[in-house]
Design a protein around this ligand. Structure first.
Ligand code: FPP
Length: 244
């Protein structure tokens, strides 16, 4: 079904979609496979989703690939996820670039292996001029940590006498975050039936619409994205106002 309604002005697609990709483990378990098999299929779902977003004219896609809490998983699974990240960047970056996708990473890079940091920097550099879609990958990311880091940066500027505390407002704060030049997400999707934010884009998603789908991430496809967008389009966003 087309995304635009058949009457009146077509409802706009969200400018920025953010996704909490959940359910890889359950997808694998249901098939008697190791969890890594679910993560592998999860990468395929990422590829499909990036393609769908470019097809639909979505400007920004942010995906939660590894949270700062994911280090608590068994070392073997952490290694598998880091390995997949390496493979994803190495394999996909040329095609992403050909398709006009700019790739960026948010999260604390300090704990990532040196070669992953190199791949991250190279892929960001290689794709920086692309404008069709900005794909932001959150790796070792936590929303509270991001806010605290930003508070620390701003506090240092205040201590150095460069900044008057009265000048700190939402715009200024937002510009000091890692997501500074990315608009806030309009739509946040979480797959697998869980209904939690899990420390994802806490500041940025203040006015986002949330859509929760029972689909497990490895099964998430174009139709699921379209369905989430239709739900988003059916809602009235009031940003705290009274509405029309
Ligand atoms: C949640 O499933 C998923 C993750 C913790 C990681 C998401 C990672 C990928 C999709 C693959 C890597 C991505 C890139 C871009 C290389 P879960 O393991 O928590 O599933 P469960 O809740 O069913 O156990």
């Amino acid at each position: 079904m087309a995304l635009a309604p058949s009457y009146g002005a077509p409802a706009p697609v969200p400018r920025h979609v953010a996704i909490i990709m959940d359910g890889n483990g359950r997808w694998a378990k249901a098939r008697g496979l190791p969890r890594i098999a679910g993560h592998h299929q999860g990468v395929e779902a990422v590829r499909r989703c990036v393609q769908s977003c470019t097809d639909l004219g979505i400007g920004y896609l942010t995906i939660y690939a590894f949270s700062s809490e994911n280090w608590k998983r068994p070392a073997a699974e952490v290694n598998d996820l880091m390995g997949l990240l390496r493979v994803y960047i190495r394999r996909e970056v040329s095609e992403l670039s050909r398709n006009g996708v700019r790739i960026r990473f948010i999260g604390d890079r300090g704990r990532l292996a040196a070669d992953i940091n190199r791949l991250i920097e190279e892929s960001e550099e290689q794709t920086k001029a692309n404008r069709r879609l900005t794909l932001t990958v959150a790796v070792n990311y936590g929303g509270r940590q991001e806010i605290l880091d930003t508070v620390r940066t701003i506090a240092r500027r205040v201590r150095a006498g460069e900044l008057d505390p009265e000048m700190i407002d939402e715009t200024m704060f937002g510009r000091a975050l890692q997501t500074a030049d990315t608009p806030d997400p309009d739509l946040v999707i979480r797959t697998s039936g869980e209904q939690r934010v899990s420390n994802f884009l806490l500041w940025q998603s203040a006015y986002a619409e949330f859509v929760f789908t029972p689909t497990l991430w490895p099964d998430f496809g174009h139709a699921d994205l379209e369905s989430a967008i239709r739900e988003y389009q059916s809602r009235e966003r009031r940003y705290g106002g009274a509405g029309g």
